[in-house]
Design a protein around this ligand. Structure first.
Ligand code: GAL
Length: 833
């Protein structure tokens, strides 16, 4: 009904204005009515195949996240060379212990009402994991191997007008193809786009802002036209309008097309008094390209962009809109914890929100192409992006990794990434590789140059880097010198030598820290440890533990604070992810990472507040650790750390002063870094306040913070919890959209009668949802828990977990209840509008 109504409006408008307003382009999102199987038969491509017994699913869909976990899923008997392993051993949880290996088929039957003879149709897969072979109406349309990239095929010849069409997609994931959990299936969206024969193709505009000043910005837009060959190009007119962030048209240009321009038409527009895009005010403009043939609108194509400048100046740094900006960055894998790889806008935006509150201004999409929803959210929320491509080139890290495809596919994959995102203001840098084994090989700089040159050719407006972890080789063999931006993974101690020898005069920490911690778990004595192994498969939340190749947050802060040529860092990692349970390589059931500043459930670890205290300069941070709930530590030395942006604080245990501490700024990158100083936590003394000799006694820990002038600024208190009493629920969003896919993340805390967190509690908590939504998933951040993410129950980890609630398509209220044995249950109401 709605659609018919729309057609009537179009008709009356066209009568009023005397021009024909064609319905120029339409897009169908293929979310519903998918059928899925893990079987594999040739006949699945056939239109007549009866798939009614297959599982009914909606896309985005990650087939493997439903488990069950098993040590046998992609069990890898390997030596991880990058981690310094010489001998092969069994790595059971390396890729998350989930069943992603093997074949999966998806089928969908759909009509395309807007398609008829003379029109063009394209199918776009935002990402399909992996080795996708696409069939339409029984015929093979195409193949795309790389699971992380967006690809598209022209399906005009395959599509039937006015009839039902049958799409079949075969995917296959090989064992030993990944170093982390890749996900499985049609985990990103699938679109069918119908246009007129003459149209602007997928990613058909390229926009830049070559001149920006206070009074005006020049916008250059190059627009591609295809399918006009049977008509004379001279009959076409391209009208481009620019809308400001409020939707007002602020500039228009109309260009009659000329065949001398071939198929790309360049236009220049001026925007007066431009509002610049930056991380605090992500102002977005839209270019609306209208293609007319005579009076008829043939196509209308929108390009969202920002007006912003980026610059890199040797010895000075990276500049956003003329302002020196250090990268306070994190690396993120693509998985969304308990949701697996299946893209969800609400989950992505929550990640970015949490990172922004920590003070993060940039994300590296390690080690592959992001989902379009992710880039859009970064554009809209003000987050810079380093968009990455590959974890491997020709030389294998994994037997069945990207090395199998590099020669044939690397250029196509890189071009797709760049065409897809070269108008997005959030993207400031392309990353062409991560710790590729080629680094030490003679002549490998040629591959780096080949890839970097593709970036320059396709997008001269952004910087190019790669993450290198073999400074000993790359500083001396041309490899690092080839890169526009030399990016180093770990080894900050090698920055000075790199700076001395390399031509760029800037160093970027493409990957840093890899500090490890488990939320709410504290290990004693509190000493700096590399690759610690504990029986409970956890590591300490005192933030003093790291990997053999890595270090602590302050080992990087100090570089970027003291070395003028260090332009910032991307910490490994913002969130925990599935797979890579380092240091528990061989200790099943450990199967997800411990690197995250935030755990797999999206709950901040203590480390979050350390970064926040240093990076978020707009808010105050005052955080005390450890939690003060130890049964067996009375009288024992139990250090207290305070993460704060204030320089000084005084600590009290049960009212008794433990003395004042002030951040010690006499420690610099130049007088620290030797073994003794590292073990004495000298660098930490500049960024954290640490009382190393305090003794545990149940009660109250209080901290009073003082500002730089010595004025009392803020105080905070934590208390030993009494008996667990009830469940406290805090939803990240109390209002959801009635679209069947919006999510609220509900933090569940086990608390005593006064609301103090019972941080040692691990009881099972159950969930029920009634009304306008459903229970969707749950996670507790315990990297060794094999509980299902989809069962409506899970054990608390350190007294907390996150339950996820999904909206229905109807409006109303969701009544979400959490209950547990021995505790008062709690219900919260979430509105669905
Ligand atoms: C790096 C690598 C990352 C991750 C990390 C763990 O070497 O680039 O993908 O494995 O180590 O510390």
């Amino acid at each position: 009904m709605k659609k018919n109504y729309f057609a009537v409006i179009l008709l009356s408008l066209s009568m009023m204005y005397g021009t024909t307003i064609a319905q120029s382009r339409s897009e169908l999102l293929l979310e519903e009515n998918w059928r899925f199987t893990r079987e594999d038969q040739e006949g699945f491509t056939s239109v007549n195949y009866n798939d009614s017994k297959w599982q009914q699913v909606t896309v985005p869909h990650d087939w493997a996240i439903y488990g069950p976990f098993s040590a046998n899923n992609d069990k890898q008997h390997v030596a991880i060379a990058q981690d310094g392993q010489k001998q092969a051993s069994e790595h059971a949880g390396r890729t998350g212990g989930l069943p992603f290996v093997g074949v999966g088929w998806y089928r969908n039957k759909f009509m395309v009402p807007k398609f008829n003879k003379g029109k063009k149709a394209t199918i776009i897969f935002d990402g399909a994991m992996s080795n996708a072979t696409v069939y339409l109406n029984g015929k093979k349309v195409g193949f795309w191997p790389y699971g992380y990239n967006t690809f598209h095929f022209d399906i005009t010849e395959f599509l039937e007008a006015g009839k039902e069409n049958t799409l079949a997609v075969r995917l296959e994931n090989f064992p030993e193809s990944s170093r982390w959990y890749p996900g499985a299936g049609l985990y990103r969206n699938v679109h069918v786009v119908v246009t007129e024969a003459a149209h602007i193709p997928v990613w058909g505009t390229q926009l830049s802002t070559p001149v920006i000043n206070k009074e005006f910005a020049k916008v250059n837009i190059k627009t591609k036209l295809v399918g006009a060959d049977q008509h004379a190009v001279e009959n076409f007119l391209l009208s481009t309008e620019i809308m400001d962030p409020k939707g007002k048209v602020v500039s228009v240009v109309k260009t009659p097309l000329s065949k001398y321009d071939q198929d790309v038409f360049s236009q220049e527009l001026v925007v007066l008094n431009p509002v610049l895009w930056d991380t605090e005010n992500p102002a977005l403009y839209t270019a609306v390209s209208k293609l007319y043939e005579g009076n008829e609108l043939r196509d209308e194509y929108k390009t969202t962009f920002g007006i912003r400048s980026i610059e890199i100046i040797p010895n000075k740094g990276f500049f956003l809109n003329g302002k020196r900006t250090q990268f306070k960055g994190v690396c993120l894998h693509h998985d969304l914890g308990p949701l697996g790889a299946a893209v969800n806008d609400a989950a992505i935006r929550r990640q970015i929100r949490i990172m922004k509150d920590m003070g993060v201004n940039a994300i590296r999409t390690s080690h592959n192409m992001p989902a379009p929803e992710f880039v859009k959210a970064c554009d809209e929320m003000g987050m810079m992006l380093m968009a990455e491509t590959f974890d491997e080139w020709k030389e294998p890290k994994q037997k069945n990794g990207y090395n199998k495809y590099f020669d044939q596919w690397a250029e196509k994959d890189l071009v797709n990434l760049i065409h897809h995102y070269r108008n997005n203001p959030s993207v400031v840098m392309w990353c062409i590789g991560n710790e590729v084994p080629e680094q030490g090989m003679v002549g490998a700089a040629k591959i780096a140059k080949f890839l970097q040159d593709i970036c320059f050719r396709e997008d001269p407006s952004r910087f190019v880097t790669q993450g290198m972890d073999q400074p000993g080789s790359v500083i001396n063999n041309n490899f690092a010198a080839t890169m526009q931006v030399a990016g180093f993974n770990y080894r900050p101690f090698a920055y000075p030598e790199a700076y001395k020898k390399l031509p760029q005069q800037l160093i970027l920490g493409t990957e840093t820290a890899s500090t490890i911690s488990s939320r709410g778990i504290y290990k004693f004595p509190v000493v700096r440890r590399s690759m610690p192994i504990y029986e409970d498969l956890q590591v300490s939340s005192y933030d003093v533990e790291h990997c053999g190749w890595s270090d602590l947050p302050e080992d990087n802060f100090i570089q970027h604070d003291d070395l003028p040529y260090a332009i910032g860092e991307f910490v490994w990692t913002g969130f925990d992810y599935l797979g890579e349970p380092t240091p528990y390589y061989t200790n099943w059931p450990s199967h997800s990472s411990l690197f995250g500043i935030v755990d797999l459930a999206g709950i901040p670890k203590d480390r979050y507040y350390l970064y926040r205290s240093h990076w978020n300069t707009a808010a105050n941070t005052l955080h005390i650790l450890p939690s003060w709930n130890f049964k067996d530590r009375v009288g024992q030395t139990t250090p207290v750390f305070v993460y704060t942006n204030y320089p000084t604080a005084e600590l009290f245990i049960n009212g008794k002063s433990q003395g004042r501490k002030t951040k010690d700024t006499t420690f610099t990158v130049y007088n620290t870094g030797d073994k003794k100083s590292l073990n004495d936590f000298d660098r930490q003394k500049r960024y954290r306040l640490m009382w190393m000799d305090t003794k545990y006694e149940p009660g109250t820990v209080k901290v009073i913070a003082y500002d730089a002038k010595g004025n009392m600024a803020e105080e905070k208190e934590i208390r030993t919890a009494g008996k667990p009493h009830h469940l406290e629920l805090k939803a990240d969003r109390m209002q959801l959209a009635a679209n069947g896919k919006d999510l609220s993340f509900v933090l569940v805390n086990v608390v005593d009668k006064d609301g103090n967190l019972c941080s040692e509690d691990t009881r099972e908590i159950s969930f029920k949802a009634k009304g306008a939504g459903k229970f969707h998933a749950v996670a507790n951040g315990n990297s060794a828990s094999l509980e299902s993410f989809q069962a409506p129950k899970m054990k608390a980890f350190s007294g907390q977990l996150t339950a996820i609630v999904k909206s229905d398509e109807k409006q109303g209220v969701i009544y979400f209840e959490a209950s547990a044995k021995g505790l008062k249950s709690t219900v919260i109401k979430i509105e669905v509008k």
